[in-house]
Design a protein around this ligand. Sequence first.
Ligand code: PGA
Length: 261
Amino acid sequence: MRRPLVVGNWKLNGSLAENETRMQATAGALKNINQVDIGLCLPYVYLFQAQQLLANTNIMWGAQNVSQFEQGAYTACVSAEMVAEFGCQLAIVGHSERRHYSAENSAKAVMRIKRAVDAGITPIYCIGETQEEHAAGDAKRVLAEQLMALFDLDKASLEKIKSFGMDIAYEPVWAIGADQAATPELAQNMHLFIRDLLAKHDAVFAEKTRIIYGGSVTPDNAKALFEMPDIDGGLVGRASLDAHAFSSICAAALNHQVPSN
Ligand code: PGA
């Protein structure tokens, strides 16, 4: 049985004062939703604040990235071990905005997955095709390439990731920060494709890995998306900045039911 997961990605937003108001409002609005795993991924500098304010709530907090390096001469990098010291349970890796603005690629992302798991943090691996790739009918090839990078890791690391667990976020780049999300049918089709690909390597891993959808999730479209059998929740950007909208999205995930075999 996969528990639904809804994660807010605050991106480059917030201040100490704003965060305090937003975290308190979010925690208040979500306090009765216990059948959904809920997280907020914040800029690194606010993880200490999240630890102070979210410690006794049902909300996990996480980072928006972690370094592929463990330590050393890597100016401005932040390691998974470091964020783990602030109680992080989650880390986004491979987000399309990182791929776009900071030339990140799948090879680096899978190293970050490894570092996160080594530090006891659940990685959320973001994959998705661009508008051009989508228009060219190339989406599945791109997804397969991004996903298969995982299987280039050494066997011991891969086994560790499989037993610890990770989540995948399907985020079509054309739907991020856009007016409209992918339709539930299109997203379900892609999620099933991702799960089938994983199953070719390991059926148990494919069944237990949560595949969440990201890209313009709102309180209006969340229910229809999360009702799909392979859409195990959402990665939410803009709407996570509004406590009320975010809590409606989390509540919509209560509709996601996956039969256990
Ligand atoms: P959005 O962002 O919800 O604002 O489209 C989603 C994301 O980038 O994770």
